[in-house]
Design a protein around this ligand. Structure first.
Ligand code: EPU
Length: 423
């Protein structure tokens, strides 16, 4: 199993480019299944989860051509409505193929998906949504069988919780349905907004994306298009937090500051100097952080967008170990996001669980290199950030989790002066 060796305690300095968004690219790849025409996606990150999803789609009939950060997908016809179970169990986003297959073919058979072990992660919101559109949903030998005989029909759906993949799954199922589908209390994450924009570029009629009410007027057919994936706000956030943890000065480019409002405002509350163009919401923008002032502890809660992202909770906690005073992180999205705490404690962090979803951090902690594990993608980011401020060498094992979500985390950190080696 691959590992990183990181020798820490130097401030990160310099400029680094952010990749295309992992999650947005996964949603976009799944969305291409809804047309027989060619869709070309640009700015796709080179990560394991994208390879896994395109492999599953190849088994369903999709022709996939990779050309660096561009991927061309064409699904002339659906050869199978049963995504390979072993692959589906590796990533949560594979369950989006159910919405896409239901939308295009009227049926799908899929086991519960895998993904990070960060909470119970049920599928009730997805399945209730499919049922509301007229599909029959049943569990047969641990496979979800979702079918419609006379076509899906749009309706008004209320989500108990603004599930991200639940919203995308319902968008994929409803774009070719009859009539209007409205989802109230849907997810407003930029990745959801982007996939709705992609579907519109393919001929769909979606309004309200990026808000808590989304409306889809069904169309009879979608067509091909070319589309650019948005920058990865979670990679940008991880790199900015690594800069803060090491008291460095870093500029990230190809970031959308408007997607990072919650993080940037928390960094300013900590006392970090944050610079970006506050007048615009353009892509390809730069965000600069530096730490000249005395830093203050904070309280932060991870909630749905536009609140503080749950995926940035673990690396934020690592950065807070370096800030004088008592900080609190409350996790309100997942019930098992705090696995990283035990790893940070191995390095000497004064971090404790108030409950399974709340963390108390007393800083600054003197961190020492240790042997730790990347327990999931973002728990892995947490130990990497901590290792960058630790004295001596830290070995981070199981970095295949990081490879699932970050194109080249070691390369980005090396560009900022970190001493990190992949073994
Ligand atoms: N939930 C339900 N029922 C459902 C679906 C979700 O109760 O049917 C609950 C979950 O148990 C959880 C909460 O709702 O407590 C949030 O889940 P959500 O459905 O919003 O998350 P997701 O769509 O499964 C995506 C990302 C996650 C990211 C979350 C929140 C992908 C593949 N995953 O997951 O990203 O943390 O949204 O923003 O896009 C990652 O990138 O490392 C990652 C885990």
């Amino acid at each position: 199993m691959a590992s990183y060796e990181i020798v820490g305690s130097e401030p990160l300095r310099g400029e680094v480019h952010v990749s295309g968004s992992k999650n947005a690219a996964l949603y976009a790849v799944a969305a291409t299944l809804l047309t027989s025409e060619e869709v070309v996606l640009h700015n796709v990150p080179l990560i394991a989860d994208i390879d896994e999803l395109t492999d599953i789609m190849a088994g369903l009939g999709t022709l996939v051509k990779n050309d660096g950060h561009s991927v061309t997908l064409k699904t002339d016809s659906i050869k199978s409505t049963v995504p390979t179970p072993e692959s589906v169990r590796k990533l949560r986003a594979s369950f989006l193929l159910v919405g896409a297959l239901l939308g295009r073919e009227g049926s799908a058979t899929c086991p519960p998906p895998g993904g990070d072990v960060i909470g119970s992660r049920p599928l009730d919101i997805h399945l209730a949504g499919f049922r509301a559109l007229g599909a029959e949903v049943r569990l047969e030998e641990n496979n979800w069988v979702v079918q419609v005989s006379t076509g899906l029909v749009g309706t008004r759906i209320f989500f108990d919780y603004p599930s991200v993949l639940g919203t995308v799954n319902l968008l994929l199922a409803s774009v070719l349905a009859k009539g209007v589908t409205t989802i109230v209390n849907c997810a407003a994450e930029p990745e959801v907004e982007m996939v709705a924009n992609l579907l519109n570029a393919m001929g769909a009629q979606i309004v309200g994306q990026g808000t808590a009410h989304i409306s889809v007027t069904g169309v009879s057919k979608l067509h091909g298009c070319e589309f650019k994936i948005i920058p990865d706000r979670l990679e940008a956030g991880t790199l900015l937090l690594a800069a803060v943890a090491t008291r460095g000065a870093v500029q990230v480019t190809n970031a959308v500051p408007a997607h990072l409002d919650s993080l940037l405002s928390k960094l300013e509350e900590i006392g970090v100097s944050v610079h970006y163009d506050r007048s615009g919401f353009l892509e390809d923008e730069a965000i600069h952080v530096s730490c000249e002032r005395t830093l203050q502890p904070i309280s932060v809660q991870a909630v749905p967008y536009p609140g503080f992202a749950t995926d940035l909770h673990p690396p934020m906690a690592s950065a807070l170990t370096q800030i004088p005073g008592v900080s609190f992180v409350h996790e309100r999205v997942y019930d098992n996001r705090t696995l990283y705490v035990s790893e940070l404690r191995k390095m000497g962090a004064q971090i404790t669980l108030g409950s399974s979803t709340s963390v108390v951090i007393e800083g600054p902690s003197r961190l020492l290199g240790a042997k730790v594990n990347a327990l999931d993608i973002r728990a892995g980011a947490a130990v990497v950030v901590a290792a960058l401020c630790a004295e001596g060498a830290t070995v981070v094992e199981d970095i295949h989790h990081l490879d699932r979500g970050y194109e080249d985390l070691a390369g980005s950190l090396t560009a900022l002066g970190a001493n990190i080696t992949r073994r």
